[in-house]
Each structure stands twice: as C-alpha cells, then as structure tokens.
Design a protein around this ligand. Structure first.
Ligand code: FAD
Length: 389
C-alpha cells in the first residue's frame, strides 16, 4: 500500500530508514545508559495480584517468572514514602483558581516537584501504600518466562476486545485505530523481547535468540512491525513534547554524580540536534480529537485504555505483570502528555502545545523512559531491514 511504498510510518511523520538511523545513532545508545541510572532503574509497583475480572487466576510456577523485590536499603532515599512529594491538594490550590494562575510567558518553570496526581488514563492508584514495592528493573529483565496458554491468551483477548479489532481497519476512525496500533505495537515489542532472550535449552540453562519465534509472532506480519514503529514514534513524540518539563524535573537519588549523569543524558535526548533534524515531529497529535465527536471520543478511548490498564493486574506471571504494568503505565503517561489540554473547552482545538498544568509522577516518568527504551531496543536490529526480506 501507499505507506509501505513511501516508507513513511503510517500516521507518523518520519520514514522507517530515518527512524532506524536516528535510533541506532542517538536514541538507543542514550536510552541504554539512561535506564541504568539509579533514578530510572527502580520502579514502584504493586505486584500483588488482585485481578478484578477473573478471581481464579492461577500463578505461573516457572522460576523465571518471579520478580526480585528490592530491600528498603537498596533504593534511593528520595523514593521513600513522604519524601518531598507535593500533595495534590497543594497543586489544586495553586492552580485550580483563576486568580492564582501564573503567567507562563514569564515564569517558565514548568516542573514543580513530583506529584501524586492521578492519571485519568490509567487504573492504578499510585499513592504510596504498604502493598507497593520497588523493583530493580536491571535485575528483572523482560525476557522469556514460559507464561503462555489460556491465561496469557485471555489477557491479550481482553486487551484487544477493548479496541474492536474485529472491524475492518477502514471502518475504524483514525482515533480508534490509534489505540489498537499502540497495543499491537507494544505486543510486538514484548514478543521481540521474548524472542531475543529465550530459554533455548532448559537442561543447560542456555539463553539466546529464537529467530523462529521472532518470525512466527512478529516478522511475518508487516502490520505488527509497522505498529511497533508507530508506538515507538508516538512515545518519542510524547517525550519530546514534554521536553521542558522533563528537563527541569528532579532526578534526585541522593548521589550528586549519578544525578548529574541522569540530567545530562535526559538533556541529550530531549534536545538532540540529530533527532530534531531528522524527525522533528515523530507523530502529530494535533490531527486527533478534532471535530464535534472529539471530546466524546477522547473520553471513550480514555475509558478503554483504563480497562486495559486494569487487565494488567490479571497477568498470571509476576515478571510479565511487572513489565506489562510498567509499559501500560508508560503508554498512559504518553497519552496524558499528548492529550491533556488546559480545560475542557480546549478539547477540540489544536493540542500541539503542552498543557501548562500538566504534572507527572516520578513513577510515570520512569515508566515512560523505560518503555521508550524497550521500544527502541525492539526496533533496533529487528525492524525495517528484516521487514524487507
Ligand atoms: P500471543 O503473543 O499470546 O498472541 C495472541 C494472539 O494475539 C495471536 O494469536 C495473534 O492473533 C494476536 N497477536 C499477536 N501479536 C500481535 C500483534 N503484535 N498485533 C496484533 N495482534 C497480535 N511471556 C514471556 O515469556 N515473557 C514476558 O515478559 C511476557 N510478558 C507478557 C505481558 C503481558 C501483558 C501479557 C498479556 C503476556 C505476556 N507474556 C510474556 C506472554 C506472551 O505475550 C504470549 O502470550 C505467550 O508467549 C504465548 O504466545 P502466543 O504465540 O500464543 O501468542
């Protein structure tokens, strides 16, 4: 079709070669460093499985499924409960009243401390409680776990049923198709990671690439590869759109050297001249949610995405649940960045500028950048070059 011939990722503004090039040269190396920093390697998560849909869900018994949680002494002090987090009420009283509104053309400080403001796109309640634990993502890589069968299938079916994929693509309006493409792109990325780090021989504990799985699940379906690129560009756009906020954010872990490294890596990513030259607008969110149906459609898709986020509690393998929750939270954060606008009355207007009231939780930013890294890894090596063979 026309998009495949022209090489432009559908609904995006860059072609596949450019994405591969920029990813290989700039994004992938920077992201690989970034996710190793102490700030980005600890993710707060409630791993307790209390699935609201299927209470009988059995847990996976494979050793490779279980997650190693961090003892309190390991993760940064600044991550511990009640450490300099602005209560959301505080923000409301500053921002909710028109008389206290700040003129942002003068005050360019967009980051005002990490908040606990709930994300309307996701189901998780992120406030600290005793069920939350910190997980060192570096010690829990996303890889083959053996999770499969009816439990895994049930989750994917539930996720896709939120998107009405049974309709032929042309019948879905652009906005509805986007949710499907995001999920399909994430699914491709998960499959690529399973295939890239596969238990080839249980007896000798040999891990490696499984090209058959890679081909069977992803490469033989050009749409799945396209959706992977689409999701990558979508999340990349969210990150660059929030550049000012993310640049000012505090990457504080108590170790000034580490924190400077994190800050510097973020800056190199957010204001990268090579990226800006090659792909200045990876995805154009201003084209969406227009017209009379806009506000209604946005709320509908928000509710659908929230359900997808809730389904992640039903993933019956701890490590898959960890990465499922992280990546869905990252997508929810990207959706929040791209589609939060200042006030309902602006819903039908162009949303290319970021909502000045947008605030993020630390954990959302950790999820966002780790998701971008996972997508970048999936595109690298397995992407467009293989698609052409
Ligand atoms: P599945 O991947 O289960 O796919 C089910 C069906 O969905 C396919 O038959 C196809 O019709 C459709 N489909 C597949 N890919 C796409 C796509 N990209 N776009 C559109 N439709 C598609 N397993 C691990 O080993 N490690 C993990 O870390 C892991 N994480 C997971 C996280 C989540 C949230 C879930 C739900 C599952 C996870 N799994 C993980 C399980 C893994 O995704 C598969 O379900 C499992 O390996 C069985 O694969 P399958 O071949 O039956 O197809």
């Amino acid at each position: 079709d026309k998009h495949r011939h022209s090489g432009i990722v559908e609904d995006c503004c860059c072609n596949y070669e450019t994405v591969d090039h920029v990813n290989g040269e700039v994004l992938h190396p920077l992201l690989q460093e970034l996710v190793k920093t102490p700030f980005f390697r600890y993710f707060k998560v409630r791993l307790w499985c209390d699935c609201p849909f299927w209470p009988d869900d059995g847990m996976c018994l494979l050793r490779d499924c279980s997650v190693c949680e961090c003892p309190e002494s390991e993760f940064p002090d600044s991550f511990k409960p009640n450490h300099r987090i602005l209560p959301s009420d505080d923000l409301k009283c500053q921002e909710g009243k028109p008389q206290s509104a700040v003129d942002r053309t003068i005050d360019s400080k967009v980051f005002r401390g990490w908040t606990e403001t709930d994300n309307p796109w996701t189901y998780d309640d992120e406030t600290d409680n005793s069920e939350m634990t910190y997980v060192n993502l570096q010690l829990n890589p996303e890889r083959y776990t053996g999770y499969s069968g009816s439990s895994a299938r049930r989750i994917w079916d539930a996720v896709y049923s939120e998107n009405c994929p049974k309709y032929p693509a042309e019948e879905l309006c652009q906005e509805e198709k986007i949710l499907y493409k995001l999920i399909s792109g994430l699914h491709s990325s998960i499959s690529v990671h399973i295939a890239s780090d596969y238990l080839l021989d249980e007896a000798t504990n040999l891990w490696g690439h499984n090209l058959e799985i890679l081909y069977d699940r992803v490469l033989q379906y050009p749409n799945r590869v396209e959706n992977l690129y689409f999701t990558f560009l979508f999340v990349l756009r969210a990150v660059t759109k929030a550049a000012e906020y993310l640049e000012q954010a505090e990457y504080d872990t108590g170790n000034p050297i580490d924190d400077l490294t994190t800050q510097s890596l973020m800056k190199q990513l957010l204001y990268n001249p090579k990226l800006q030259a090659a792909c200045p607008l990876p995805f154009d969110e201003a084209k969406l949610w227009k017209g009379q149906r806009g506000p209604e459609l946005k709320l509908k898709i928000q509710a659908q995405f929230k359900n997808i986020s809730a389904v992640m509690d039903c993933v019956g393998c701890e490590k898959c649940r960890l990465w499922g929750k992280l990546q869905v939270s990252g997508l929810g954060t990207a959706l929040k960045i791209l589609f939060s606008v200042n006030g309902e009355e602006n819903l039908v207007q162009t949303v290319r500028f970021i909502d000045p009231q947008l605030q993020m939780q630390r954990n959302e930013v950790i999820a966002l950048m780790n998701l971008l890294n996972r997508l970048s890894e999936s595109c690298k090596g397995y992407g467009h070059r293989l698609l052409r063979h």
